[in-house]
Design a protein around this ligand. Structure first.
Ligand code: NAP
Length: 251
């Protein structure tokens, strides 16, 4: 990949004000893409990501949308098409956790995690694929998780949503392959973002013992892999799940 890998490409990254989404937006912009930085609550952070993109000579725009709501996801895609004249790369990154053991998991804990992590992926992909089919080009990268491959105690809702994203990735990959659209997922392990703040320190320390590389990952390490899958050169890779987990799940 070069600095110009995404020249003339338009990318939309959901939940890009902070964490992994922010790193992905910056990486795609650094390599030449015009990037829509979606956020739900982190307005100031999203504005700062756009400022950073523009300071580097790139093009970016922030847009508020709760991507778990179909109408708002459609508005986000419409904004992207109108602002930058197309949509080549969609990164479904927005995600939350509501960790608790099954016996104490409320209906709301289940519903909001499935809606935010999985329904959002459906919402944004459905809206984006329309434009990609017309153009006969597209790259969709879903940010799943090692929890969707291995399961994680206390995360039945989150693990189900991430496994769902993986199934969705494979089904859609088969559906749109003939239109030159690839659909892949990455499955990060423990990556240093605010999402880890909800995990007790001793649980995290014990979990890190399962990581052959013996450390947490950085958002930039996920971003680099996402950029690879989003590149034109990765055009013969579809329906795959790339682990970015320090070797935690060797599938
Ligand atoms: P994070 O720092 O907590 O960021 C979560 C992001 O999701 C925020 O930008 C947030 O936006 C956005 N978001 C949440 N609900 C949204 C909604 N309804 N609409 C639009 N945006 C929404 O977490 P992260 O670690 O970067 O996680 C990013 C993705 O990576 C998630 O899908 C997560 O499951 C996955 N992942 C993370 C890890 C890890 O260890 N960090 C491991 C595996 C997978 P606002 O702040 O604007 O609300």
């Amino acid at each position: 990949m070069t600095e110009q890998t995404f020249k003339d490409r338009v990318a939309l990254v959901t939940g890009a004000g902070r964490g992994i989404g922010r790193a992905v937006a910056l990486e795609l912009a650094r390599r030449g893409a015009a990037v829509v930085v979606n956020y739900q609550k982190s307005a100031q952070a999203a504005r700062e990501v756009v400022q950073q993109i523009e300071a580097g000579g790139g093009r970016g725009a922030a847009f508020q949308a709760d991507v778990s709501e179909a109408g708002q996801a459609q508005a986000l895609v419409k904004f992207t098409l109108e602002t930058f004249g197309g949509l080549d790369i969609l990164v479904n990154n927005a995600g939350i956790t509501r960790d608790t053991l099954l016996l104490t998991m409320s209906d709301d804990d289940w519903d909001i995690v499935l809606k935010t992590n999985l329904k959002s992926t459906f919402n944004c992909s459905r809206a984006a694929v329309k434009a990609m089919v017309r153009k006969r080009y597209g790259r969709i990268v879903n940010i799943a998780s090692v929890a969707g491959q291995m399961g994680n105690p206390g995360q039945a809702n989150y693990s189900a949503s991430k496994a769902g994203q993986i199934g969705f990735t494979k089904a859609l990959a088969r559906e749109v392959a003939s239109r030159n659209i690839t659909v892949n997922a990455v499955a990060p392990g423990f990556v240093e973002t605010e999402i880890l703040a909800g995990i007790p320190a001793e649980t995290l320390e014990a979990a890190l013992k399962m990581v052959p590389l013996g450390r947490k990952g950085q958002p930039e390490e996920v971003a680099w892999a996402v950029a690879f899958l989003a590149s034109e050169q990765a055009g013969y890779i579809t329906g795959q799940v790339l682990g970015i987990d320090g070797g935690m799940a060797m599938m």
